[in-house]
Ligand binder design. Structure first.
Ligand SMILES: [Zn+2]
Ligand SMILES: [Zn+2]
Length: 62
């Protein structure tokens, strides 16, 4: 299971589980603003590719 970090590691902004956040394969967690500022939009800690963190899944009713 992914650990859902509650804040951006760069600017310490709150990242709610249903908000926009980006993670790399080592689970470094960043807000969209910081991610946009990274060179090549790669993780500044490990150089990994950043992907949109899956939002909390709400079970749907058919
Ligand atoms: Zn940030
Ligand atoms: Zn990383």
């Amino acid at each position: 299971m992914l650990e859902m970090r509650p804040t951006c590691e760069s600017c310490d902004r709150d990242l709610p589980p249903d908000g926009e956040a980006y993670i790399c394969s080592y689970e470094c967690t960043w807000c969209a603003t910081c991610r946009d500022a990274f060179p090549g939009r790669a993780c500044p800690n490990c150089g990994g590719d950043l992907q949109l963190r899956p939002m909390r899944v709400v079970s749907s009713v058919h």
